[in-house]
Design a binder for this molecule. Sequence first.
Ligand SMILES: [Zn+2]
Length: 315
Amino acid sequence: MIDAIVQSYRDLPLEVLAAITAVFGLFVGSFLNVVIYRYPLEDQTVNEPKRSACPSCGHQLGWTENIPLLSWLWQRGKCKSCSWRIPWRYPLVESMNGFLWGLCAWITLGGDGDVWLLLVRLLVISALVVTTFVDFDCFEIPDSVSIGGMVVGPMLSFLLPQLHVDSASALLFSGADEVTRTGALLNSLVGMASGFGVLWLVGRVGARAFGKDAMGFGDVKLLGAGGAFVGPGGILAALMLGSVLASLWGAAVMWRFYALVQGRARRRAGRKPVAKAWRVARLAGQYVPFGPFLAAGIGIVLLDWNHVLGLLFRT
Ligand SMILES: [Zn+2]
């Protein structure tokens, strides 16, 4: 039965497959919004209350107000009952998850991947989306993602060795021409230890050098979980990618605050207190979370790390 459904799904043209998966991704994105919104709230869980309500007036949302993206467009970004402006974050998470799901289907099914590999990748991608937004909001990475990933990663690797088919070390551990279950499992465990170990070490060295915690333990666990899915080579690539992305973002944030403070001071007194602007910019730069960029790195590597590495190291 399931095989028949999977097979008929697989027979569709790639464009249609990607589009269908993207639409599913929109709906799941809508659910992810609930997860992200309720994460810091003490009195709400993912299951309770059953229906979502407007955070401003408490009006319970009917089904026409729960259609991803479309409801937001129809209502022009406002609550139907109290006209509260719905943050652009909600449609952003939905469209981002939809786009990533479509992309995931395109890359996986367009390559040699099967539907099971696609499902695992979709799960990991959505967990990374949640991590990204929770970390931006609360400077915290949910344990259900990081510890959950460390538990589930090795199990899925054993069940689906295909996950590690791009990894040279997985072949090495398999001692054969193709990746075996044991090889995939070993690759997952070594990947987890590498991600965990390297970032922990970076954190220790950073703490010695700067006299403060350079790295949250949440980041360390996240990289461990990522390593369980992409192996040791992949997770180092993800760390490099994440560091580059975080530096670019951090520089942009610092530049924004620097320009802001200096512009204000110039209007007021006609001079340029460079030192103060620089101090504020550095402070703002310290409040850039690392998790979202690690998540982006892991996602890129998960989908197509051979191509990504090829792009980075092409000479
Ligand atoms: Zn309202």
